[in-house]
Ligand binder design. Structure first.
Ligand code: ADP
Ligand code: MG
Length: 337
């Protein structure tokens, strides 16, 4: 991905990164006895991708809609940077946030290009600037050649393509915040993986503070810098990096939400290239694996071959032996390679 390419036509980039702080944020819907979101306190650091997970009805969508004031807080506060959302005008707030949802919300009677241009038009951008930005975004989300996609209507696109356009539209005015509500929920597994990878690449390139709602814990483990688990009643059950949750779930609810394979999922977060190895002479006759493979995959290979470890063969550093015991405790040697 060419960094300079998609940084040329956006608006002033000074607002790029900004934190979001929930400060005892509470929502009780009218007519309801119990909170949908109960005194949520957490900070999403600037540039961080927070995955908000939990069972259906846990208050995820509520938390997201509170941020851009699609609904109002009952009590508590949410701050963007240092500023309370109640001190930011609703229009300013929408301008600051890109919002992408499962149903994509694309306007069916507008072309792809017109859909992407909705917010830039409201902001009064010139036609030339909108055009350039539209091409840039289509390329960013992997819809090339762009000319072919601009003139199509949402109904002429597959689910995955619509989702990509939805992301492009959310990014159009280069908002400092991205709010995403189960954006890939409706996609088949293969398309979903592709769009997740695409979005992660975009996130790494443009580094926007993102709140990403999903009920899929594996998606959260893959995407999140941090994960916040909500339990029914809108209570925060645990907050932390995926590694920490998988290694030490706070309670039985979080553990069961992470699933029976949480031990293996945890090993899936570490790559062989990051594990220290032993330069033995001679090297044992273990499976030779690339450095990009995860500890989880390597363990599977070792098991299949009934070997006591694997050999990391990345072609750059000398080949080294990683015993199974090391694969099982990847965090001990992280970064030591
Ligand atoms: P999630 O996105 O985690 O599935 P929601 O935030 O949509 O959860 O809902 C949390 C709780 O608030 C649920 O019990 C839901 O029924 C309730 N709720 C959501 N929207 C409304 C509404 N507009 N009016 C009343 N109750 C609502
Ligand atoms: Mg929801």
């Amino acid at each position: 991905m060419n960094e300079s390419q998609h940084r040329t036509t956006g608006p002033e980039r000074t607002e790029r990164s900004v934190s979001i702080t929930f400060d005892r944020a509470t929502k009780i819907y009218p007519g309801s006895e119990t909170p949908a979101l109960d005194a949520l306190s957490l900070t999403v650091e600037a540039g961080e991708l927070l995955c908000l997970v939990g069972p259906s009805g846990g208050g995820k969508t509520t938390a997201l809609m509170l941020i851009n004031r699609l609904i109002d807080l009952t009590s508590g506060d949410i701050r963007i940077g240092e500023t309370s959302i109640t001190d930011i005008g609703a229009i300013e707030l929408r301008r600051k946030t890109g919002y992408a949802i499962q149903q994509t919300g694309l306007f069916p009677h507008m072309t792809v290009a017109q859909n992407i241009a909705v917010v830039p038009r409201i902001l009064g951008w010139s036609a030339a600037r909108i055009d350039a930005r539209t091409d840039e975004l289509l390329e960013l989300v992997g819809l090339t050649p762009t000319a072919q996609w601009r003139a199509r209507y949402p109904g002429q696109l597959s689910g995955g393509q619509q989702q990509r356009v939805g992301i492009a539209r959310a990014l159009a005015a280069d908002p400092p915040l991205m709010l995403m509500d189960e954006p890939f929920g409706a996609l088949d597994p293969i398309t979903r993986t592709a769009v997740q990878d695409e979005f992660l690449a975009i996130h790494r390139a443009v580094g926007k503070t993102t709140v990403f709602v999903t009920h899929d814990i594996d998606e959260a483990i893959k995407m999140g810098d941090k994960i916040a688990v909500l339990r029914p009643g809108g209570l925060l059950a645990q907050l932390g990096p995926p590694e920490d949750l998988l290694a030490e779930p706070a309670d039985d609810f979080v553990a069961s939400f992470l699933g029976a394979e949480r031990g293996l999922k945890r090993l899936g977060l570490y790559r062989l290239g990051d594990l220290a190895g032993e330069q033995r002479e001679p090297l044992p006759d273990w499976p030779r694996l690339p450095a990009g493979m995860t500890a989880r995959e390597a363990l599977s290979c070792a098991t299949a071959e009934r070997a006591d470890g694997v050999i990391v063969a990345d072609g750059e550093t000398p080949e080294r032996a990683v015993p199974v015991a090391r694969l099982l405790q990847p965090e001990v040697s992280e970064g030591a390679a």
